[in-house]
Every structure is written in structure tokens, then in C-alpha cells.
Design a protein around this ligand. Structure first.
Ligand SMILES: Cc1cc2nc3c(=O)[nH]c(=O)nc-3n(C[C@H](O)[C@H](O)[C@H](O)COP(=O)(O)O)c2cc1C
Length: 340
């Protein structure tokens, strides 16, 4: 557990010294290397790579390997599965590919993960298996191993403190808790105060997660949960700099104020990373959700695109046109699609 002073500008997390105590959440299909790289560049302490199923890593599935690309230090890769041997093998693959730490997913609520695979949050219903998985991964790699979980499966099984104690006992280096049960999916509000039961159960560094979108949220989240750091997911889509901004605010530092031009340059770098990584045909499609989110951010700045421009942005297959629209969204005129 960290003292308030330790958090101030000198954030140690397990063996790592982090740029800040705000980290980017793993989000499958969203937190690609482009988004993670920006989050790290703008001061996130960690940008966890999206979940990679053990099977995909073992089969060296191209997309899984691309998505877990290293973008900064520390490079944290999240793996998912329920077979201890397979998870251990996947962890070794991630370590060999450059991971500085391995995170085990025990929080994913998706039916395809908890149903067919009985992994993700379903593992919280099987504490003995959860223990076996952490043990297997800790034994398999020389890097720190962390666990990301929810408050429990449902209201009748809010056993995050039990799973936390198990993870601590098996050698986990830190924990992340999303303040919802699996049955809640993303409904209602995250219960930050409920995370405190985990704080009281273990000594490990603890990251609180769920519905944090501002420095005020982050302060309240830390105060209510007793956690050492905050994790930000959905609020950072279209504004990956938010994580570093919140981290700076928590430490009493002033984050650089980004102009619309700065934001455009960052969004363009993200787009270009995606084209480089996935190729143009797949990259333009993958990028669409990000472009739509960046335009929403530009609209908050008073610019943005009109309906026709937004529709074009998320359908064009032409990178040049997409970049022109993106530029117009942040920097205004010289384009038909710009909001009046
Ligand atoms: C589209 C999407 C994909 C997600 N993928 C993952 C994932 O791969 N691994 C994981 O641990 N959590 C995943 N999550 C959960 C987030 O990491 C986070 O716990 C959740 O969104 C709550 O945080 P937020 O309110 O800041 O978004 C995902 C969430 C979303 C919305």
C-alpha cells in the first residue's frame, strides 16, 4: 500500500516507477497500439494491452500478436483463459515478445468469454481454479503478474476480497478492481466504495476502475476505495491524453494544455499507426470508431463535422480523405463536411 506522499510524482508500482498513477484500461478492439502509445506519450502510468486469449497467443494468431505490440515502459499484456498450462504458455509467449508484466483477465463479462470459455469474470466463481491460474502464470514467467477482476459475479457473490487474497497468496504483484459485478456488465454506476473491501483484504498495490472520467472522479475514486491508482477506459476513447491529464492532476502537476492542432496531430499519429500495423484495408476500418470519437472531442472544442462529414469519415476507404476530414474537424473550414 502506498502513502499519499509516495503517490506524488514518484509512483512506484510493484517493481516499476510509473509516470503517473492513472493508467489506461485494456479494451478489446479499442486499446490498439496506436491508442496505447498516445496514452503513454501523454503521461499514462501504464497502458494495458487488450485481452489476448491464451489460444490465440499459442497459435501465434497474427492479429493477437499485432495488438499486443510494445509501445512504452512498462509494457503490460493481458491474457485470458481457464487452462493453467495454456495460460502459463501464453504468459511465456507474451514475456518472450517483450512484456514487462502479465495481467490475468478475471473480469471480462462477455458471454463468449464467460460462457463458451468459462474464463474472464467466470473465474471469480471458481476460487480454486483462480488460484491455480495465478500460480501457474507466476511460475511460468520472471515478470510481475497482476490480476484484473470485478467486485464479484453477482450480488450474491461479491467475492473480490477473497480472490484478491488468493492472488496475493499466489504471488500477484498488483490488482485491479472494476467496481461492478459481472451481472451488471456496464449498467448502473461503478461502486468505488465497494472496492475498499479489497483494499482492506490485501497489501498489494491496488488500481480502482470504473466510470472515472475526470480528475474530480479520480480523487473521489481514490478516497472512497483507498486504492493507489485509477484506471480509465471508455472516457479516454477519442482523448487518450485524458489519462495523463488525470494522473498529473492527482499529483498536483499541471498537464500541458493541448491545442486543437496538438490533438489533431495526435489523432493523425494514431490513424497512421493503425494503417502501418494493420495495412490500409483493415486499418481504415479498425480506425473508424476512433475517428468518430476524435470528432466528438473536436466538437467539444467547438469545431467538429456536420452529419454528412461524420458519415463520410466513417465510411471512406481513402486514408487521405479521412485525414482531411479529421483535420477539418479539429482545425475548421476548407472542407465541405465541417460543422457550420
Ligand atoms: C469495448 C470494451 C472492451 C473491453 N475489453 C477489455 C479487455 O480486453 N480486458 C479487460 O480486462 N477489460 C476490458 N474491458 C473493461 C475495461 O477495462 C474497464 O474495466 C471498464 O470499461 C470499466 O472502466 P471505464 O468505466 O473506465 O470504461 C473492456 C471494456 C470495453 C467498453
Amino acid at each position: 500500500m502506498f502513502s499519499h506522499e509516495q503517490k506524488m510524482g514518484n509512483m512506484r508500482f510493484g517493481p516499476f516507477k510509473l509516470a503517473s498513477c492513472a493508467v489506461l484500461a485494456p479494451m478489446a478492439g479499442i486499446t490498439d497500439p496506436g491508442m496505447r502509445r498516445l496514452a503513454m506519450r501523454f503521461g499514462a502510468g501504464i497502458a494495458v494491452a487488450e485481452m489476448a486469449g491464451a489460444r490465440f497467443l499459442i497459435e501465434a494468431e497474427r492479429g493477437a500478436m499485432q495488438r499486443m505490440q510494445r509501445v512504452g515502459f512498462p509494457h503490460v499484456v493481458q491474457i485470458a483463459g481457464r487452462d493453467p498450462d495454456a495460460l502459463a504458455q501464453a504468459a511465456r509467449i507474451a514475456e518472450d515478445a517483450g512484456a514487462d508484466a502479465i495481467d490475468i483477465n478475471m473480469g471480462c463479462p462477455a458471454q463468449r468469454v464467460v460462457g463458451g470459455g468459462m474464463a474472464g469474470a467466470a473465474l471469480m466463481t471458481e476460487p480454486a481454479l483462480a488460484a491455480e491460474l495465478v500460480r501457474a502464470v507466476v511460475a511460468a514467467v520472471s515478470r510481475p503478474v497482476s490480476v484484473k477482476m470485478r467486485l464479484g459475479w453477482d450480488d450474491s457473490l461479491r467475492n473480490a476480497p477473497e480472490i484478491a487474497r488468493i492472488a496475493e497468496g499466489e504471488g500477484a504483484a498488483w490488482l485491479t478492481v472494476h467496481g461492478r459485478t459481472r451481472q451488471q456488465f456496464y449498467k448502473g454506476s461503478a461502486d468505488w466504495a465497494a472496492i475498499r473491501a479489497v483494499r482492506e483484504a490485501v497489501q498489494l498495490p491496488l488500481i480502482a476502475n470504473g466510470d472515472c472520467s475526470s480528475a474530480a472522479d479520480a480523487r473521489a475514486m481514490l478516497a472512497q476505495s483507498g486504492a493507489d491508482a485509477v484506471m480509465i477506459g471508455r472516457a479516454a476513447v477519442g482523448r487518450p491524453w485524458l489519462v495523463g491529464e488525470i494522473g498529473a492532476a492527482l499529483e498536483g502537476r499541471a498537464a500541458p494544455v493541448l491545442s486543437p492542432h496538438d490533438k489533431f496531430v495526435a489523432a493523425r499519429a494514431h490513424y497512421e499507426t493503425l494503417l502501418d500495423l494493420f495495412g490500409v484495408a483493415q486499418g481504415v476500418r479498425h480506425a473508424r470508431k476512433h475517428l468518430a470519437a476524435y470528432v466528438q472531442e473536436a466538437a467539444h472544442e467547438g469545431a467538429g463535422l456536420n452529419d454528412a462529414g461524420r458519415a463520410r469519415l466513417v465510411t471512406t476507404l481513402e486514408p487521405r480523405e479521412a485525414l482531411d476530414l479529421l483535420e477539418a474537424a479539429f482545425l475548421g473550414p476548407a472542407c465541405d463536411g465541417v460543422a457550420a
